[in-house]
Design a protein. Structure first.
Length: 175
C-alpha cells in the first residue's frame, strides 16, 4: 500500500517513547521510524501507476498551505475496520489536515469506513494487538490520557511505501 503521509516531529516521537512502558501488553509497538500521520491511501499496483498517482496527488495539493497540527491526547480504536485490535494512537487535531485529506479524496476514491467524510480520524498509531485481561487493562490505562501538548507546522508531505516501510518521494507545503 502507498499513502500520502505527514512526517511527525521529534517531539511527537518523544511523547510516544514516554508511553512505551504503558504499551508493553501490545504485540506490535511502532518504532520512531514507523510513526507518521496518514492523510490518504493511494491506489497503485506498480511503479508506473504509482508515478501517475503521485503526480495526481501533487496536482490536487497545488497551492495547499503548510498546516498546523496538535497532539494532546491518547485514544484508542477498540474495533478498527481492518487489522488487529485494539489500536492505541495519538489523536491529531488539525483542520488543515482535514482540508488536505479532502483535496486528496477528490482525486482518489475514499476507502470505505476509513476515509470518507467523518470516517477520517487523523492519528499517529503507537501500538496495536493486545488481548486478555492485561490488554484490556493497558487500554484503560492509556485511553484519554493527556500528553504534551505538541504543536507543529506540517511543511512537507511524503509518498510512503508501507510494504517496504520507506519514503518514496516528498512535496513541500505550500505546494
Amino acid at each position: 500500500m502507498y499513502s500520502v503521509n505527514a512526517p511527525v516531529p521529534p517531539a511527537v516521537n518523544e511523547l510516544a517513547d514516554d508511553l512505551r512502558p504503558a504499551l508493553s501488553a501490545f504485540a506490535r509497538v511502532r518504532e520512531w521510524h514507523e510513526r507518521t500521520l496518514l492523510l490518504k491511501r493511494v491506489p497503485a499496483d506498480d511503479r508506473k501507476e504509482l508515478r501517475t498517482a503521485w503526480q495526481t496527488a501533487k496536482d490536487a495539493l497545488r497551492g495547499a498551505p503548510a498546516v498546523e497540527a496538535r497532539v494532546s491526547e491518547v485514544d484508542t480504536f477498540d474495533d478498527p475496520p481492518n487489522g488487529s485490535s485494539p489500536v492505541v494512537y495519538l489523536a491529531v487535531e488539525s483542520p488543515g489536515i482535514h482540508e488536505l485529506h479532502a483535496r486528496l479524496c477528490e482525486v482518489f476514491e475514499p476507502v470505505p469506513i476509513l476515509e470518507g467524510g467523518d470516517d477520517y480520524d487523523p492519528h499517529v498509531t503507537l501500538a496495536r494487538d493486545a488481548d486478555g485481561f492485561r490488554g484490556r487493562r493497558a487500554v484503560e490505562n492509556v485511553r484519554g490520557r493527556e500528553v504534551g501538548p505538541v504543536t507543529w507546522t506540517i511543511e512537507e508531505l511524503e509518498l510512503y511505501d508501507a510494504r517496504h516501510g520507506e519514503r518514496v518521494d516528498s512535496i513541500s507545503l505550500p505546494a
